[in-house]
Design a protein around this ligand. Sequence first.
Ligand SMILES: Nc1ncnc2c1ncn2[C@@H]1O[C@H](COP(=O)(O)OP(=O)(O)OP(=O)(O)O)[C@@H](O)[C@H]1O
Ligand SMILES: [Mg+2]
Ligand SMILES: [Zn+2]
Length: 506
Amino acid sequence: MAYLALYRVWRPQRFEEVVGQEQTVTALQNSVREDRLTHAYLFCGPRGTGKTSIAKILAKAVNCEKRIEGEPCNACLSCQDINNGNFMDVIEIDAASNRGIDEIRDLREKVRIMPAQGKKKVYIIDEVHMLTTEAFNALLKTLEEPPESVIFILATTEPHKIPSTILSRCQKYNFRRLTLPQISARLKDVAASNGIEIEGEALSLISRRANGGMRDALGMLDQLYSYKDGSLSKADVLEVLGLVDDVFVAQLIDKVIAEDVVSTVSMLNKALNQGKEAGQLARETALYLRDLLLYKLAGEEAELVMAGEQSYEFLKKQSLKADKNQILQSLRMIMETGEKLRFSEGQKYLLEMALLEMADLFAPKEVRSEPVIISQKAVAPKQRAKNESNESHDKNERNDAKEVLWNRLLAGVKEKKIPTHALLSQGKLLGVKGDTIFIGFRKGYRFHKERMEEKANREIVDAVIKEIFKREVEVQFIFLEDSQYNDIIVKKAIEYFGEDIVEVKE
Ligand SMILES: Nc1ncnc2c1ncn2[C@@H]1O[C@H](COP(=O)(O)OP(=O)(O)OP(=O)(O)O)[C@@H](O)[C@H]1O
Ligand SMILES: [Mg+2]
Ligand SMILES: [Zn+2]
């Protein structure tokens, strides 16, 4: 037998089997029992929360030959035919597929024909908000003068797109996201009946990720099921679904909030080296920040998607350190980055930038400015070591001086803007000649070089250089090994530097 997806096998067949949606279920079941059905229903609510399932149960209940307490029997011919999709009087229309034009036309022609097989004709129109204006108008005409033996069940995830003329003619039911305990309990049953053992943490991870939708929850379980049988751990879930560990993200955000640039970058690298995808990392970081924001605003009431038991502890502490705007801006940044990542080659760097820019957000408002002083020793190497004048020594001192200048430049830039510092620090100071300072980037750091050439970053470097040199010095960013053009410049530069000495005025 062909493999049936768990969510289809586990479609509720009776009102009693529906998880949650208590008010809707009770109201509908009572209407069936008491024969108080109306001719048009509108089911609104998020994906995978039972709209289509309940529509089918209702269709069965009204046509069932042996109905008990408002429930379909699922055994009579009508019930069986409806379950198999062979019942002529239950007509399903998917408005999303071709916007319903032909179907609604067909509906208008046939709606007044008496049921062929059952007691009532039931039209289930899924994704009804997708209907064209023309189709809506046609539907409206029918709803205005509904034939006696017809029931319409319209379902939608986007009720705001439905014309008010239609809305006002339907009895409306709001479907709710299912709660974590509801999803977990169902998953547990489904897992158990398929011989899967599922660890508590894995269970709650899936439930959280389903975001209130049972179909998604079962879909995830399905993926896991085909990958591995026996028992499932949290690690399995993370691996198979390609998710990022919430604790990892929590720790990453800890570093960001602490403006610990080095750890942030190294954590990111580690995750990428382990094969996590930049886009996924951005999405999960966004989810986590969303949780953090909600927690900041709603406290214990917040319904969190990403944070599990362990990361919750991080989240609580972080919410004390970060203010609402910082979190909001971070969230916006990471979401924008996520968008860009889809089109970019420099994925890793974009993500790195975003995290570092976020760290910048958490920096205290006043700029700390301990001036970095270049030691006299390094600045004026010629005054020192008069008695040792061999060439290699000279060269060493030149390197010392360069290093001091470089460090001072980096420190100055870091004070102004952490992300710029992160970019620049991947470069190397080649040297200074006259009024030009040359900074090289190795092949593979094209992204860094290009970003450094952007106005905003350049201005920061210019400003720091001016502070150091007390005069205008032009910065040239060059590739250390790339196109011919650059090679020539580099060679020229290096020729120059051979003779030059770094001069820094205090
Ligand atoms: N309330 C629920 N109780 C039990 N199972 C549910 C429930 N909601 C959804 N499911 C599961 O998810 C599957 C899909 O549900 P259904 O088609 O009813 O969702 P829907 O609300 O119509 O979603 P969509 O808006 O995407 O059409 C069902 O087959 C069932 O396995
Ligand atoms: Mg549906
Ligand atoms: Zn029946």
